[in-house]
Design a protein around this ligand. Sequence first.
Ligand code: AHR
Length: 492
Amino acid sequence: MINMNVNTTVTTGTLSRHLHGQFAEHLGRCIYEGMWVGTDSPIPNTDGIRNDVLEALRELNIPVLRWPGGCFADEYHWKDGVGKPEERARMVNSHWGGVEENNHFGTHEFLRLCELLDTEPYISGNVGSGTVHEMQQWVEYMTQDGTSPMADWRRQNGRDEPWKLTYFGVGNENWGCGGNMRPEYYADLYRHYATYVRNYGDNQVYKIACGANTDDYKWTEVLMREAGHLMNGLSLHYYTIPSGEFFPVKGPATGFAAEEWFRTLKNTLFMEELIVKHSKIMDKYDPEKKVGMIIDEWGIWTDVEPGTNPGFLFQQNTVRDAVVAGVNLNLFYKYADRIKMANIAQMVNVLQAMVLTEGDRMLLTPTYHVFNMYQVHQDSERLDLQWESPEYVMGAQSIPKISAAASKDAQGQVHITVCNLSHDESESFSCQIEGGSYTATGIVLAGDALDAHNTFEQPERVAPTELSVTLSAEGVLSFELPAASVARITLS
Ligand code: AHR
C-alpha cells in the first residue's frame, strides 16, 4: 500500500502547456503521407492535410509544434519550399533514407497546419548549411507586416497577413548532424545568427539555442557562459533507448522480455539526473531562471519495424511507450520552474508517435491516450503531492515503482496522474486529500500484455477504461493500479 498526501490549497507554480509540445520532421512518413497528402488526394483533407489525423490531433490541444527538424533542419533551405508547388526545387533527404524531398510541404503549409491545429509554431533554422542572411530573411518572410522584399514575396505567394512566429531554434544538434561543431564554435555562431533573428512589428521571437546531447555537461557550461545572455531557451535532447545504446541494436518495439521493460524504464528515469545536472549549470549563470530548458526531443527510440526502411524510424507503440510518456511528463512537471517546453519525437509515424497511418487508415497509439489523459495539467497549478515509492526490483537493480504528479486547474478541479512501472505487480494507494471536499473519478490505461499495442485490425486494444476510485468523508482517496499502467484521477 502506498500512502500519498496532497493539500489542494497549496500550489507551487504553473505547469506550462508547452510541456505537451510535439515535433514533426521531414522524416519517413511523418509529414508526407502521415499529415500531408496534397489537395488532390482521395484521402479527405483540408488544404492538403488529412482530416482524420487533424481531427485526432486537435483533441490533444497541442500547444506548440516543432518543424522541420531535427537533422533535416540543418540542410533545409526554406526558399525551396515556397511558391508554386510544381516549380519548387527538389532535394535529397540525405539523413533520412536518401529519398527525394519535393518541398511540397513548406512554410505556408506548415503554418496552415499550425492554424488548423490551433498550435504555436516552433521553427528550427539552418545553421549547419545555411547562411545568416537566409535565416534573417526567413523570419522577415514570416513576420514582417509592412512592405519589404520578403513580405512582398510572401504576399505574391498568397499570404497577405504576417504569421505570428513564437519560437525559433538557431540550429539543431550542431554537436552532431548539424555540423559536428565544438561548443565554443557553436556558441559564437549562435551569437552571430541569433543577432539577425529579428522582431518585426510586434512579433517577439523566443530564441532557442542548440543544447546538449544527453550528458554533455560541457556543452551546457560553454553555451551558458558564452551566450546565455542572448538566448531565451537552451535545448536538451535525450531519448530512451531500451538497450541503452544506439548500436548495434536499440531493442525491438514489441516482443521484449520483462528485463527489457525494466531497463527501458530505468533508462527513462535517467532523464531526472540530466534535468538536475544541466539545471545546476544553468543556475550558475542564470539564477533567476530566465533561460528555459527546452527538451525539444524526447521519447523512446527502438529498432524499426521489420521490413520497413531503416531511415524512416517507424516503430510500433505499446503500453511500454505509454508508461515512458507518463513518467517523462510527470518529471517535466516536477522541474517546471526551469523546463519551459518539451516536444516528444515525433507526432505521426515516426519514433514515439501519437498516431500511425497506413493508406487511408489511422489509429491512435497508447502514447496518444497518455497525452490525452494528461492534457488536464496544461497551464494548471502544480500541487505538492507527497508519497514514498517502494522499489521495483529486477535482479540486482531497482528503480522507484511509482511516478506521480498533481495539479489544480482554473476551474478548481484537481488532477493526479500516476504510473505503475512494475511489469507484474499491481499497487494499492491511499491518498489523504486536504483542503477541500470533492467527488472522485478515474481512468486507467493498461494492456493485456507488456507489449500490447493497437493495430489496424485491433485499433482499440489499448485504450483508457474506467478506474474504480473511492473518496471517504474523511478525504481518503483509495484506488488500485494494475501492473504496467498509467492512470488519471480527477477530484471535482
Ligand atoms: O528525431 C530523430 C532525430 O533524432 C532528429 O532528426 C535529430 O535531431 C535526433 O538525433
